[in-house]
Design a protein around this ligand. Sequence first.
Ligand SMILES: [Zn+2]
Ligand SMILES: [Zn+2]
Length: 363
Amino acid sequence: MRAAVLRAVGEPLTIEDLELDAPGPGEVQVRIEAAGVCHSDLHYMTGDLPARLPIVVGHEGAGIVEAVGDGVELAVGQRVALTWRPRCGECDACVAGNPVLCRFGRVFATTNGLFDGTTRLHRGDERIHHLMGVSCFAERVVVSATSTAPVPDGVPPEIAAVAACAVVTGVGAVLNAAKEVAGRPLAVYGAGGVGLAAVLGAVVAGASPIIAIDLDPEKLALARRLGATHTIDGREGRVAERVVELTGGGVPWLVEAVGRPQTMREAFACLAAEGTLVAVGLSSTDAVAEVPITELVQRQKRIVGALYGLANPRIDLARIFTLYLAGRLPLDALLGTTRPLAEVNEAYADLRAGAPGRGVLIP
Ligand SMILES: [Zn+2]
Ligand SMILES: [Zn+2]
């Protein structure tokens, strides 16, 4: 089967023919229908985040179950979205209802294998690694059955794919991490896939006004179409001052979907007293954000990390699909260009050039 392989940091991905082992106990084989072009993969391609090489990248995907290992109750033919946070169901985090912090997340990150730390991908004798237990820039994957969530009829593959990362992160940042949003201002810093999903989440939650901040007028125009009531072009400067003016004192909630030291600092300055910055943008391992201590303490501001939108994928993806099918989450508007898998490097060139909307690969 064909897959996009990262062999060296900074080099283009290569499309290669790989062998895929049959699913072991607790695992499933999925034929990929669509895979989202997410910025997080780029962090591995550039070396901002570490991974064992060679590795098949891609972590937001959806497809159809083709085969199951022992002990798996999923039916062949079931449509599933793939989730890059594992969910063993038994560790303290899973039992406490916060599977985003499942201890097997570390296993995925440190071994670049599946739950047992081994891989199902190889090319002859050469072992090829898995990214975040998913590796969906490929025609097929073998993943843990707990890395899947069912997709109902009527949800197209492209929507199912982006729902499992960008959408659940952005919508989850508002629905799970923010509280009492209705009728209060909410700002979103960054209008990429995750930020735009946060705008949609803010609409569902009833925030008003909804302020989107970005450097790209095209992305800001898209944010307006999705429900942002105000947009701020960061290139014009004075971002925090303008947010404070617009809201009469700052926002109680801000979703930071960029993950750069400068935008974190600026976003922190946008907060009202007792306001909370919900950080979902991933960054390189050495990036550090600094904030004024007086504002932190005297104005009782808060910063909370919300990996994966604090989502419980089984529960939150079902909510997202229900809202989509009811017409309350117009996720189609998030989609950008669709390309075949062979054009994965062109898709990342689009992303680097700031193309609006989420790119999707169809293997
Ligand atoms: Zn992603
Ligand atoms: Zn767990």
